[in-house]
Design a protein. Structure first.
Length: 423
């Protein structure tokens, strides 16, 4: 009997460790109601949130169960019962890899009560995924407005350093920002295979942006392969990617790279991560600009309920393939944040980044007497996706990009809004 919870709310939290598990749904519902009335005096008690999470789980309220159990494990991480319920809540939320990783962690404990090892072993068998394959095509059509279609410099005139003294060059036409409406089309083909502790993904996509300013029209071809593996201590993924950009009717830029990321699996809201990316950059009409860039990053990923927040700080080094490249090698850093959550029947994604890079040598004797170029970048993007029906979703995107430099030629600013449909 739950007599310990039947007493009126007092200043002190009652002994919740003496509470027995109800036998049916009505009992769990009654327990949940009683626990909610005890929230004030029990705010700092991990067993309170563990019991509340168990009640929410048995009532099928998975998001609420995850929140309560995460709070309990933040207060006291090494709770076997709360960890078992948290693994089951992850499973019912669709996070099969996270649920199985936590279940295996529990199987390795030496303090399991009688009968619990058998429960964990049954879970391991029931949660074992079969090989599941998916493939398909996704199409999209969008219309929008861009304040700087051609990424033009944000200045009226440029001061050049000449032997006879400084001279001013007025920027006109396509050298200045050109604003206007655009249409964007995209097509994506994908293939996925999920098997025991592994997910393989292959993607190939083509997108194009068209406007009345034909000199800034662009087509981009992208392909990637990504593999994710569940390890005993977390998730590891690696991938290969290729990309080619055609700008204004001519090849402009190609890149090929290898990336990898390791996300540690640990109880609580947040998990640390390490990341690395190696990329080869090729410029079709100006090979002197070619380079190889290495990024190394560390950060963390936090989840509460259906929300996810990821922060990452990268250090970068870009090495010139040609000793004559303006500015030579460059180094820098970038801080990136990504927040994802459900909203109004759809999903909201907010991404932001800031960064700086610095050339190791002077960019050009014509600009600020050969000063080394410094670039400061900031970008903010908001995207909202909501289903129209089972096959289609509408997408609203807002974005702003700002780049500032000690060399004004590289100052640029762009704001974009876009609305479209994917199916």
């Amino acid at each position: 009997m739950l007599l310990v919870l039947a007493a009126p709310v007092q200043a002190a939290c009652p002994d919740l460790l003496a509470v027995s598990a109800p036998a049916d749904r009505a009992g769990w519902l009654s327990l949940r109601d009683r626990l909610l009335r005890l929230q004030g005096p029990c705010l700092d008690r991990p067993e309170y949130y563990a019991l509340l999470g168990a009640a929410e789980l048995h009532l099928g309220r998975i998001s609420q169960a995850l929140l309560a159990l995460e709070r309990s494990l933040m207060l006291l991480p090494d709770q076997g019962g709360a960890l078992m319920d948290y693994a089951e809540a992850l499973y019912h939320s669709g996070d099969l890899a996270g649920a199985r990783a936590l279940n295996r962690q529990l199987q390795g404990r030496s303090d399991l009560p009688p009968g619990v090892a058998e429960v964990l072993a049954r879970r391991e068998q029931l949660w074992r995924p079969r090989i599941v394959r998916r493939k398909g095509v996704q199409l999209g059509a969008f219309s929008g407005f861009d304040s700087n279609l051609n990424s033009g410099a944000d200045l009226d005139r440029l001061t050049l350093t000449l032997p006879d003294g400084p001279a001013e060059l007025w920027l006109i036409g396509d050298n200045r920002p050109v604003s206007g409406a655009f249409v964007r089309l995209q097509g994506l083909g994908f293939w996925q295979e999920q098997r025991e502790r592994r997910l393989d993904s292959l993607r190939l996509g083509l997108s194009g942006r068209l406007s009345e300013h034909g000199a800034s029209n662009q087509w981009q071809l992208q392909g990637s392969f990504q593999q994710q593996r569940a390890l005993d201590f977390g998730l590891w993924d690696w991938g290969l990617y290729l990309s080619h950009l055609n700008y204004g009717g001519s090849p402009l830029y190609s890149q090929a790279g290898l990336n990898t990321r390791l996300l540690w699996d640990r109880p609580g809201l947040c998990q640390p991560l390490l990341a690395a990316n190696l990329e080869r950059q090729l410029f079709a009409e100006d090979e002197v600009l070619d380079g190889t860039e290495l990024r190394l990053g560390l950060g963390g990923q936090c989840r509460w309920g259906k929300q996810r927040l990821e922060l990452r700080l990268d250090g970068l080094s870009n090495r010139a393939e040609d000793g004559q490249r303006p500015g030579g090698d460059r180094t820098g850093w970038a801080l990136e944040a990504q927040w994802h959550r459900p909203l109004l029947g759809g999903s909201l994604l907010l991404q932001g980044s800031v960064g700086r890079s610095q050339d190791e040598s002077g960019y050009s004797p014509l600009l600020s007497a050969g000063a080394r170029r410094r670039l400061d970048r900031a970008e903010l993007t908001l995207q909202f996706v909501r289903p129209l029906d089972k096959q289609r979703s509408w997408v609203l995107s807002l974005g702003h990009y700002r780049q500032q430099s000690n060399l004004p030629l590289f100052d640029t600013d762009s704001t974009q809004i876009e609305l479209g449909v994917i199916w």
